[in-house]
Design a protein around this ligand. Structure first.
Ligand code: C5P
Length: 231
């Protein structure tokens, strides 16, 4: 089993392409992220197949947000399937409901703080309180962790500050926006290398396009792994 600090985002549209990609990556990755883009393309079936038939760990990136009763029911349903990570929005009432729903299962609830696509103007449009976006992100992370989240999703720019929060002791930090040394940044603006993200306190890094768009995705995944410091 390869180093599970690397989570490869399977951002392809359907289960057929997802299985093909996972087969090409083979043993070079042991942890996959499946997100909303594949929801209508059989994402949940793919998650189960990769978990049950191929022994992979699965991060279901659903970013759930709803009333408590609905969150609890949704997470209770997902928790039956022995998946590993699930994202919800980091509002404390959502996190608490998700924790109720997961019960005694091993599913880890990861909180999303503020989407990195949002800037201060977007927050104003959404009636989110004034103030520095970095400070609000840290505050949301602290509140989500205090409400019982098992971890948070953090940009590489936030990982170190979140790791330093007392609320983050023993919690997971999962960091997207990672670019291996020398690869294209694409639309990611705030990026870090795999080694930098781990040094800043990330437990797992999420890498998408640099792996799945590569000519040889297995080789690309191995190159990312080679950049990680020893455990
Ligand atoms: O292709 P790339 O490595 O940029 O993909 C990163 C993955 O992490 C994608 O699935 C993307 O949606 C997700 N993500 C992100 N930035 C966030 C949250 C999630 O890139 N702030």
């Amino acid at each position: 089993m390869s180093d599970d600090r690397l989570i490869v985002a399977l951002d392809v549209p359907n289960v057929v392409q997802g299985l093909d990609l996972a087969a090409r990556i083979g043993d070079a990755a042991s942890f996959y992220k499946i997100g909303l883009g594949m929801l209508t393309g059989g994402g949940f079936a793919l998650a189960n197949e990769l978990k049950q038939e191929h022994g992979k760990r699965i991060f279901l990136d659903m970013k759930l947000f709803d009333i408590g009763a609905t969150i609890e029911a949704a997470v209770r349903g997902i928790a039956q399937y022995d998946l590993d990570f699930l994202t919800v929005h980091g509002d404390p009432q959502v996190v608490r409901a998700a924790q109720e729903g997961k019960g005694g299962t091993g599913l880890k609830i990861l909180a999303v703080t503020i989407l990195t696509s949002l800037d201060r103007n977007d927050l104003d449009d959404n009636c989110i309180k004034p103030g520095d976006i970095h400070a609000i992100t840290l505050d949301r992370a602290a509140r989500a962790l205090a409400a019982g989240a098992d971890g948070v999703i953090a940009s590489p720019q936030e990982a170190a500050a979140i790791r330093a929060l007392p609320e983050a002791a023993g919690k997971l930090i999962v960091t997207p926006g990672i670019r291996p040394t020398g690869s294209a940044s694409g639309d990611q603006k705030r990026i870090a290398t795999p080694a930098q993200a781990i040094a800043d306190g990330a437990d797992h890094i999420v890498v998408g396009r640099p792996v799945w768009q590569a000519q040889d995705p297995a080789e690309a995944a191995r190159r990312v792994l080679a950049e990680l410091p020893p455990r």
